[in-house]
Design a protein around this ligand. Structure first.
Ligand SMILES: [Zn+2]
Length: 159
């Protein structure tokens, strides 16, 4: 999703246990991709610089089955960016993006993060969209890093 590519740093003095979360730097969200974020490629060098300041770096990766509920193509008569109502609330429909094993789902090769320790795949459940990387859109189902942060007592997250 477009909001995924925000990345900032409010403090230059990171605790060794701080975790930088690099969200969805995948070809479908970069210029030329199915759900491109304008200028998304311009922050890649920034991410690379920032990542070198962190001991712990986690990547997230949007990773959808082709029958994912957030794809307009799975709702007859609907177009991308229209909305539907689902049990967990309003869902924006997207163009197909980040489909398992597709080129668009690949993490950009321009990303240079030697210390990335973990890649979290999200949006794997065909019935629930996932925006945060921490919680699915129903706000109930813990997504990958949500489960992680419950277990590892991370003092700060930077996304
Ligand atoms: Zn998605």
């Amino acid at each position: 999703m477009p909001v995924h590519l925000r990345s900032y740093c409010h403090d230059d003095h990171h605790h060794p246990r701080d975790v930088l979360v690099v969200v969805d730097v995948q070809y479908d969200f970069l210029p030329g991709g199915n759900l491109a974020v304008a200028g998304g490629d311009e922050i890649v060098p920034l991410i690379n610089t920032l990542a070198k300041k962190f001991t712990n770096v986690v990547l997230t990766r949007d990773w959808h089955p082709a029958n994912h509920i957030s794809f307009a193509s799975n709702h007859p008569g609907k177009a991308p960016f229209q909305t539907i109502e689902l049990p967990y609330g309003t869902q924006v429909l997207w163009p197909d993006h980040c489909v398992w094993m597709s080129h668009g789902a690949q993490i950009s090769a321009d990303l240079d993060i030697p210390r990335a320790q973990l890649i979290i795949r999200k949006g794997c459940n065909p019935q629930i969209d996932s925006y945060s990387g921490f919680r699915e859109a129903d706000r109930e189902t813990a997504d990958g890093p949500g489960r992680l942060s419950q277990q590892s007592a991370t003092p700060a997250g930077f996304t």
